[in-house]
Ligand binder design. Structure first.
Ligand SMILES: Nc1ncnc2c1ncn2[C@@H]1O[C@H](COP(=O)(O)OP(=O)(O)OP(=O)(O)O)[C@@H](O)[C@H]1O
Ligand SMILES: [Mg+2]
Length: 457
């Protein structure tokens, strides 16, 4: 089952294409211009776009470029009148799958659509396969606690026992979850991650269990939830303690039997999913204070894995440093560098409050910026202190908040703060908030979803 988006300004063409695609059991969306088409792409999972090359407003080529930039795996079939055939040829150069001339041969467009969708499926599968072999995912560490974690993973690899991973920020919980999946018999099936903290309460049910077309405003098509997508594989519920109590109740009902209904549907779906969860919160405290259901805790905590802070396994630090340098060399093409013995000693004794993530960021920064082959104590502490010094002394409180982040993280954080501010100012009226931000309401909806902003009523 695939979703097709038709972008054409001629209503007649939209209707014809909708009819023939729907006859073949595809779900069809359509748009009369490029901007609307791009909005639909932001909100829906689309597998194929059929795009008229000659469009009013934003031209077909520009729409194509934007699609290929934002969603490189989505295939685009161009349709064009005889007069614009040169544009269609150009479109193929920009990454379109193929083009067809009007008047359209319905047989041809169906065959082409089938091939393009097959290509899209291949690309997605290929990506999934590749990501399961990434060196980036390799779990490094020979310390006592890491050996114990490996052992627990091996022991539970053959079973479908539910695992709860706990540990501070940046200790490597997600990596452990991926390792559990990789070592299990489910490794050739999907590993699906859900960040429970990022999904607003109103959407979590649909996100996890899916929905039927028309179940609520905005449910434009049938959509699988993460439980169904993970069928046969592993579902990783990250930040599980951040789920609301009502969401916890729903999940509790489902996980014992792995049976559920999509929102707005009567049909019961059955899936075969292994559940792995993680949290950086003290879950006993969450239970004691009434924020986490004890019965859910017992269900998900069959195999507990605690990932200790980096300062409690200092012997892993040199191994991790080496590992991160070699990752950088591959991705950034930088030269082999290493730390002097004194510098390494200093890094081993450092506290690393941000744990492995902080160490990784530090190594990346030094590798790219120092320009030295052997980083000595002075340079290394210079980089460490500069960072801490900056954080303390930044005279601009706005910047201080972002000082530790990469540009992409800072940009997202800023965008989220501004959206929250505007939403509050406008009493959570989406249309007015969007207006004051100068964006479309649907675009704001997309961002609210992306950032997991809760809409207060
Ligand atoms: N043992 C390890 N070996 C190699 N890399 C690691 C290891 N532990 C963590 N990392 C790397 O450190 C970074 C943070 O790890 P990860 O995202 O798994 O932490 P986390 O515990 O899920 O953090 P958070 O609580 O913030 O979600 C990632 O880039 C990860 O690849
Ligand atoms: Mg994590």
């Amino acid at each position: 089952m695939a979703n097709i988006l038709v972008i054409d300004d001629e209503p007649g063409i939209r209707t014809v294409l909708r009819d023939i695609f729907e006859d073949e059991n595809y779900s069809v969306f359509d748009a009369g211009d490029g901007l609307l088409g791009l909005e639909i792409l932001a909100l829906e999972t689309i597998h194929l776009v059929v795009l008229d090359v000659w469009l009013p407003g934003m031209g077909g080529i520009d729409v194509l470029k934007k699609i290929k930039h934002d969603y490189p795996d989505i295939e685009v079939i161009i349709i064009s009148g005889h007069a614009n055939i040169d544009l269609a040829v150009k479109a193929v150069k920009y990454g379109a799958f193929d083009f067809l001339e009007k008047p359209l041969s319905l047989d041809k467009i169906l065959t082409l659509a089938r091939n393009a969708i097959a290509m899209n499926t291949l690309k997605t599968e290929n990506k999934q396969l590749k990501s399961s072999f990434l060196a980036e995912d390799e779990m490094i560490g020979e310390s006592e606690p890491m050996l114990k974690i490996r052992q627990t993973i091996e022991q539970s690899a053959g079973s479908d026992a539910k695992v709860l991973i706990t540990g501070d920020n940046g200790t490597g919980k997600e990596l452990v979850a991926r390792e559990i999946h990789r070592k299990s018999a489910r490794t050739s099936h999907p590993f699906i991650e859900v960040n429970c903290a990022a999904i607003p309460d109103t959407l979590i049910e649909s996100e996890l269990f899916g929905h039927e077309k028309g179940a609520f405003t905005g449910a434009l098509s049938n959509r699988k939830g993460k439980f169904e997508i993970a069928d046969g594989g592993t579902l990783f519920l990250d930040e599980v303690a951040d789920m609301s109590l009502s969401a916890q109740a729903k999940v509790l009902r489902v996980i014992q039997e792995m049976r559920f209904e999509r929102v707005g549907s009567e049909t019961t779906e059955t899936v075969d999913v292994r559940l792995v969860t993680a949290t950086n919160k003290n879950i006993q405290k969450e239970i004691a204070e009434g924020r986490f259901r004890e019965d859910l805790f017992f269900r998900i905590n069959v195999v507990p894995i605690h990932v200790p802070q980096l300062s409690e396994r200092k012997e892993d630090i040199p191994l991790l440093i080496k590992h991160f340098i070699s990752l950088m060399r591959k991705s950034e093409n930088v030269e082999t560098i290493r730390f002097s013995d004194e510098a390494e000693e200093m890094l081993i004794n450092h506290d690393w409050p941000g744990n492995v993530r902080e160490l990784k960021n530090f190594v990346e920064r030094v590798t790219i910026m120092s320009g030295e082959k052997i980083i000595d104590l002075e340079t290394a502490s210079g980089f460490l202190n500069a960072k801490e010094g900056n954080r303390k002394s930044s005279s601009n409180p706005l910047i201080a908040k972002f000082a530790d982040m990469k540009l992409s993280e800072a940009r997202d954080e800023f965008e989220k703060m501004l959206l929250l501010q505007k939403l509050e100012e406008n009493e959570y009226n989406i249309t007015r908030a969007a207006q004051s931000l100068g964006i479309y309401p649907s675009n704001l909806h997309g961002k609210i979803k992306k950032f997991g902003i809760e809409i207060k009523k």
